[in-house]
Design a protein around this ligand. Sequence first.
Ligand code: 5BU
Length: 257
Amino acid sequence: MPSYSERAKLCTNPTAKKLLDLMDDKQTNLSIAADVITKAELLKIANTVGPEICLLKTHIDIVEDFDTDLVIQLQRLAEKHNFLLFEDRKFADIGNTVKHQYQDGIYHIADWADIVNCHTVPGPGIIQGLKEIGLSKGRALLLLAEMTPKGNLAKGAYTEESLKMAQDNKDFVIGFITTRQLIDEPCFINMTPGVQLAVGGDNLGQQYNTPENVIGKQKSDIIIVGRGIYESADMAAEAKKYREAGWLAYQARMSKS
Ligand code: 5BU
């Protein structure tokens, strides 16, 4: 298996290159899912776990006191600690509507989020719409090829069709939200949420797998961890544990191939 930085050399999308390079430089394949509802909490997470992560994943629309200063401060922290910003917006409408959702409104997502994601249920027009806004800004898109909750419908033919859409848009689509590596192409980055240090779940259908399984067995590239880290009394220490587990699993996988 090529290293993250070897893969970076093959990619044309600048955000994919930057992410893969920084993962090897910083030795982390950990992303935090910072699902908190105040600006202060979000900035605290970004600053505390910033040194451990490659990517900060946000749900910006749950922040009750959102303002443009939040985005400026997140960008400063991303610079300071060397991580990228991923807005988990899960766009799901027709191309024309998602263009506005991406660029306009209160959040102006395209102005600050290095990476966004979308459902593929509307067909390739959603990718085209987002690309019209994001490509010239050097941004990148992930497709939701699979999901983690029990009973979800993103499987089989749906997942297969999503792969085809990604292959048709390699300049802008840099990978997938998925539980596993779906296709062996070096420029597609696989990111997996639903990760904790022990297998389990929550009472709303979420299912958790471990960093070892996700990176080692399922051959994903990035673990996305939310409550496992930010609900811990010592976020920094917990983030270090996940970072180490994810990185050891990557090194073990590299040494096997
Ligand atoms: P958790 O606290 O580690 O369960 O948070 C998981 C995060 O990943 C949360 O922000 C979800 O919105 C996100 N997620 C997910 O859990 N499963 C999915 O299939 C997708 C996103 Br897509």
